[in-house]
Ligand binder design. Structure first.
Ligand SMILES: Nc1ncnc2c1ncn2[C@@H]1O[C@H](COP(=O)(O)OS(=O)(=O)O)[C@@H](OP(=O)(O)O)[C@H]1O
Length: 233
């Protein structure tokens, strides 16, 4: 089976996701394609440039995939991981194991950036977490694929040196979350776009309580599965 790392990141609840989140909002897609357009405007970082220009490196199927959860900070996780010189990632969500599976593995591989020996190819599509077919499909591609659900000690999980640390970030008061001091391939600070860090509506405490009650048994099951109490109650 592919390995799974589950860590809490900004304390999102992750229960009964398969049933509850199956209807993906179109805005998710738009958001990531918007971000990818922004990314194309950025200059490629030196290692990618040299790999490209001297023709070295090759496109590989991903060895690690961020599979969820939606709205769990998956974009932030991928963008921050890309600071690591041994990680190369495709920018937009490929949606291969849910929407584009019939295009075949070669189509999928073609989307990936070129990597050199020792570099890890990654992608993120959080809807895999709520796609019933995804686990078997990913396993059929490779049983060694590392699956990442939400962030925490990911560099260790991927067997990488801990290069990305607090010093890469500053806390942006306006956004209300950490941003990169220097984006990949740039010397400028970078926060994720306006679809991240939106103002949340005030939810009636009674509704919050009902949601907590609903999710409690799923959370308990999840704590048992992972051997970790995330304290979401
Ligand atoms: N550091 C940092 N940078 C950017 N975004 C951050 C960060 N930390 C957490 N978040 C919050 O992550 C939420 C979006 O999650 P995802 O990127 O997984 O969304 S998506 O499922 O791919 O659409 C989104 O939450 P909401 O604003 O509540 O929607 C972001 O605010």
């Amino acid at each position: 089976m592919p390995s799974l790392v589950v860590e809490s990141y900004r304390g999102k609840e992750m229960s009964s996701a398969v049933d509850l989140l199956n209807d993906e909002l179109d805005s998710d897609r738009t958001e990531d394609w918007d971000e990818m357009r922004g990314e194309h405007q950025r200059a490629p970082e030196p290692s990618a440039m040299s790999s490209f220009s001297n023709g070295s490196g090759s496109k590989k199927l991903p060895q690690a995939i961020i599979i969820g959860v939606k709205k769990g900070g998956t974009r932030a996780l991928l963008e921050f991981l890309r600071v690591h010189p041994d990680i190369r990632a495709v920018g937009a969500e490929p949606h291969f194991f849910d929407r584009n599976y019939e295009n075949g593995l070669e189509w999928y591989r073609e989307l990936m950036p070129k990597t050199l020996e020792g570099q890890i190819t990654m992608e993120k599509t959080p809807s895999y977490f709520v796609t019933r077919e995804a686990p078997a499909r990913i396993s059929a591609m490779s049983r060694d694929t590392k699956l990442i659900v939400v962030l925490g000690r990911v560099q260790d999980f991927l067997g990488l040196k801990r290069i990305i640390t607090d010093k890469h970030f500053y806390f942006n008061q306006t956004k209300g979350f950490p941003c990169l001091k220097k984006a990949e391939g740039s010397s400028k600070p970078h926060c994720l776009g306006k679809t991240k860090g939106r103002t949340h509506p005030n939810i009636d405490p009674e509704v919050v309580q009902r949601l907590r009650d609903f999710y409690r048994p799923f959370n308990m099951k999840f704590y048992q599965m992972t051997g970790h109490n995330f304290g979401w109650d």
